[in-house]
Design a protein around this ligand. Sequence first.
Ligand code: SF4
Ligand code: FE
Length: 489
Amino acid sequence: MTLKTPEEYISDLRKMDINLWLFGEQVKDYADHPLIRPSINAVAMTYKLAEEPEYEDIMTATSNLTGNKVNRFTHLHQSADDLVKKVKMQRLLGQKTGCCFQRCVGMDAFNAVYSTTFELDAKHGTKYHERFTEYMKYVQDNDLTVDGCMTDARGDRSKAPGAQDDPDAYLHVVERRSNGIVVRGCKLHQTGMINSHEILVMPNNSLKESEKDWAVSFAIPVDTPGMIYIYGRQSCDTRKLEPTKVDVGNINFGGQEVMAIFNDVFVPLERIFMDGETDFTTMLVERFAGYHRQSYGGCKVGVGDTLIGAAQAIAEYNGASKASHIKDKIIEMCHLNETLYACGIACSSEGHKTAAGNYMIDLLLANICKQNVTRFPYEISRLVQDIAGGYMVTMPSDQDFTNPEIGSLVAKYSATRSDIPVEHRQRMLRYIENLTIGAGAVAYLTESMHGAGSPQAQRIMISRLVNFDHRKELAETLCGIRENCDLTW
Ligand code: SF4
Ligand code: FE
């Protein structure tokens, strides 16, 4: 069995015994918790769509390690076409869930760790790549969801990991034993972590030679002893606990972030993929971030598609869809959304083979992609809010709409076109609210800003990757400062 069903995936989560906290209390049976379940449903869609013949080409691939059919979320990209299909898969899932479906972080970490360990071994004579390849076979054969895990607590931003007052501000090795290591620290903003079977940890940033204890990469099961998880709050999250789903907006799906504390966690030798090789931390971080910056050219576009649909729908419900400025605003939304997609496809098509054999995106174009993602979803959100009108934030609750005493009056004065049920307007406004200022805005907006690195991180990469000398030479040649071309035709 290499493809799990959604039911099997959810049943795996039910068997996990994890130390999870939410609203100051420990949560057992988290797979059925109403506040958490929507995020599990989103990951479950990555299993469901892989079962459907219609999406087979996009959702599955042939493993280079085993020759078996695997879920693309566990695949090591074997061509530029694989990279393109990855982006298409993410757009599809964004369209089907309207949220962050969480499983990409692991896919991006697999591909970064796979190629980096190969080059690391070639220099240091270590055996990390072999170990990681065995690990990948286990992941693929069992169709696991793995959470790629990078961002540390980071303490005082002016100090390097090894110079912090509290050394735990960045996850590090606190003990080395003959059979493994013990690590301590905390990873923040961990998307989908408690919806995963496994965690794949990477260092947060470039490290100096003296910071060997922080240069560590490894994988452990989510329910490893010593792990403590604290569920992150989202705007309007407690609406998921209300008796009606209408006010949630996105009624079945949502994202998830947790604080993950590694409280002296033991990692066995065979699960360690980097330990002390500070000279390869930059490569690992840049590759992982590059893949995830590519990812946003798919997932955010899919979610953007649903917002464009919501803009069109609410304009029609309000009777405003024929106004030329409304049409123009929706066209602008499309222009912005497809520009993001174009960048996602471009950095994939320009991908190249790494020494390990898997494919890497074009780093410059992936950084341009993500830089646009830090801006365009905000503009798309502004436009859809403009089209939706103020009722999105002043509308009474669904419990007022269904109240026997006042419900009919609330509906009467919320009505627009007489052929449109008031509830349709209500639901659509709540969906737009969810994505632009509610729980869904975590993924559509703030994550677009900070996920896979904040805007400045991309600008630093752009400044490093653009060949300015070459461009200067072009200009100097054309204006005659340098020798011009031979025009003897
Ligand atoms: Fe995937 Fe997008 Fe969520 Fe990242 S933000 S895990 S790319 S859906
Ligand atoms: Fe993300």
